[in-house]
Write a protein that binds this ligand. Sequence first.
Ligand SMILES: C[S@@+](CC[C@H](N)C(=O)[O-])C[C@H]1O[C@@H](n2cnc3c(N)ncnc32)[C@H](O)[C@@H]1O
Length: 332
Amino acid sequence: MSLERFTLVVARLHNQKALFATDVGSGLVSRPKTLPCRYFYDEEGSALFEEICKLPEYYPTRTEREILEVRAGEIVALVASPLTLVELGSGSAEKTRLLIESILGRQATLRYIPIDISQDALKQSSQRLVEDYRRIEIDAIAGDYQEGLGRLPMASDGTRLILWLGSNVGNFHRDEAAKMLRRVAAKMGERDRLLVGIDLRKNRQILEPAYDDSQGVTARFNLNLLARINHELGGRFDLSTFHHRAVYDENIGRIEMYLVSDRAQQVHIDALGMDVSFAAGEAIHTEDSYKYSPAEIDALAEAAGLAVAGQWFDQRRWFSETMFVHQCARLP
Ligand SMILES: C[S@@+](CC[C@H](N)C(=O)[O-])C[C@H]1O[C@@H](n2cnc3c(N)ncnc32)[C@H](O)[C@@H]1O
């Protein structure tokens, strides 16, 4: 019965396996070698990310939750009612529940449009939400950000609150992050609001363990990328010959994650018909996680043609929720 309130469209512009093969092929011949972080999230990767969120060292999820627990009402009050809730990279949507509850406190029903590249995560979280909230209707979109945004109607009569939580913006280089926000802004009307969870600059003693935990879950998450190449593209990576590394570059203000080959070796990938050579100690760069200062958030808004309409921090000022609006928009 709850399924009547849940639809899922698959918005794929490309053949997924062919795109994965092309991206892996070009990433592994580039210097330095790279692999795009969006491929972390197969079924196993999404489950490992949920484990990461519970680790004592991984402060971002708990800290963002702390902000939303205290501020959800205040955040929602800045958006005209009734609103439609849209979320980019929704994952388990656990923290989203705090906003959903606030919204349902002031409107009778809610349409929620989660967009995620991981179809499994999207299905599971949507099914749990329709079971738990009788007044919610979910139109989920499985696809990457670009594909999902392409399926969103242009700003219409209604009002939308668009979420991009979990410091996902940090996976983009700063200029790419501004471009991504511009793409979102192009879909926003004057009354729409964009809420982005952004991790803040802090010292390396806190940052590095968050991305290299003592239980090795983040290492498994990173290595799962090689396992995925093995399963989906007939790769012959021996995972025991690579290790995970996470380092903070304080000047750039980003965590960099790598998979490092412990020895010189050649790895064959069937689907690509190629052998990839690794020198001992050679690394594949798999993810960046940019950290922001409040001034850098202002600069991001400016570069994206947006203005900051509200900003909330946790008590330690480790994480921020920032609400963006069109520069010409007026608050309700
Ligand atoms: C770091 S998790 C955050 C999940 C959730 N928003 C949270 O705050 O806990 C990133 C989520 O974004 C999704 N994702 C990553 N890259 C994506 C992309 N390029 N397009 C769409 N979704 C993406 C992943 O599948 C995953 O669910």
